[in-house]
Design a protein around this ligand. Sequence first.
Ligand SMILES: [Zn+2]
Ligand SMILES: [Zn+2]
Ligand SMILES: [Zn+2]
Length: 189
Amino acid sequence: MGELHAGGRAPRSGDRSRCPACGTAVDASVYRCARCLVYFCFKCRRRVPAKEDQFQCLNQMCERYGKLVCEFCLELQAVMGEFPKKELVSEGIAGYRKTTHSRRFVTYCALATAAIVVGLGFGLDLCCGISWWWTLPVAAFISYRESLYLMDCHTNVAPVPAVYRDIVETAFVGNRKICGACRQSVARL
Ligand SMILES: [Zn+2]
Ligand SMILES: [Zn+2]
Ligand SMILES: [Zn+2]
């Protein structure tokens, strides 16, 4: 069956002394065959067609500086970005605080108020002879309003603004291609 490539996906460095296309002896420092005019990668010696991305190292100290290098001979470097953000330090306090009473407390208050109103009605009935019946709807109304108030009352407090601090978050932005030899910037040819 087919033979495995040594190194799996990693391209091998080919014979640096021969053109990969026609086999003509070439210098190890070139990336184009003088005879068949085929371009090949300076590093791995594979043919690089014109429609494929071609790169060169921009580092003048590197042996691949200005040489045609294929994209398989580049490395990827993670690019991190810095993003300023606001982080909450302490939450603020609104200008009021809601006071909640238990349902039992509200019921007792309403009953007590109703009892006082009806008791006043009885007192008026006894001393002045005014019928006490009118106190029933009045007691019901007052108790109802009172329980509504008790179930939703607010206390005013001094508002405190929320406190934030400036932080800088570092996050992965993407990968950039770098030279596989010196790890410096590359440019498309
Ligand atoms: Zn050739
Ligand atoms: Zn290559
Ligand atoms: Zn380089």
